[in-house]
Design a protein around this ligand. Structure first.
Ligand code: PNS
Length: 162
């Protein structure tokens, strides 16, 4: 069984993330999406909100499971029996940082390799940072965020709409 982990902070989940998730779900038998804390960022949504949006967005994908994890990614992958980490890359800058993280994760677990999926051209501009800006200025989120996540944001009153 080929098991992969797709980690991220998902603040919030975007259609770019969903594209990587759908492609990973085709490549692997089982994909665990790991909602994590990125020590370098202060999130807009709470960990529980980020996780809830992700769970709603992947509910229809039968071989995909979203979970929360606060420890090292390599430890989570080992617990789930995963041999691969999946990451999306939109640019050379993404590639450089993912390349460095891949080395660190392999040094933590020699059996853990990283698969980088290049972003589709039409999604290259899309990032959670950009979505947070759209929320700040009350712009429509439909072109960037899965509908299930928008529905939850509206319920929390945090979709940026007055
Ligand atoms: O969506 P993000 O914010 O780019 O995701 C970054 C994330 C959470 C995947 C990265 O910060 C991470 O792997 N954190 C877990 C801690 C860890 O395992 N660090 C060692 C590998 S660099």
């Amino acid at each position: 069984m080929r098991i992969a982990v797709y980690p991220g902070s998902f603040d919030p989940v975007t259609l770019g993330h969903m594209d990587v998730i759908a492609r990973a779900a085709e490549l692997f038998d089982r994909v665990y999406i790991c909602t994590m804390v990125n020590g370098g960022k202060s999130p807009l949504f709470t960990t529980e909100q980020r996780f809830e949006m992700l769970c709603a967005a992947v509910e229809a994908l039968p071989n995909v499971t979203a979970e929360l994890w606060t420890g090292l990614l390599a430890d989570y992958a080992r617990e789930r029996g995963a041999g691969w980490l999946v990451k999306g890359a939109r640019s050379g800058t993404d590639f450089d940082s993912e390349f460095a993280m891949a080395q660190i994760n392999r040094s933590l677990d020699a059996g853990l390799d990283t698969v980088l999926l290049p972003a589709r051209a039409e999604l290259l501009h899309l990032s959670s940072t950009m979505v947070r800006e759209m929320i700040k200025y009350g712009r429509p989120l439909e072109p960037y965020v899965p509908a299930e996540a928008i529905r939850l944001m509206k319920g929390w009153g945090s979709d940026g709409k007055p």
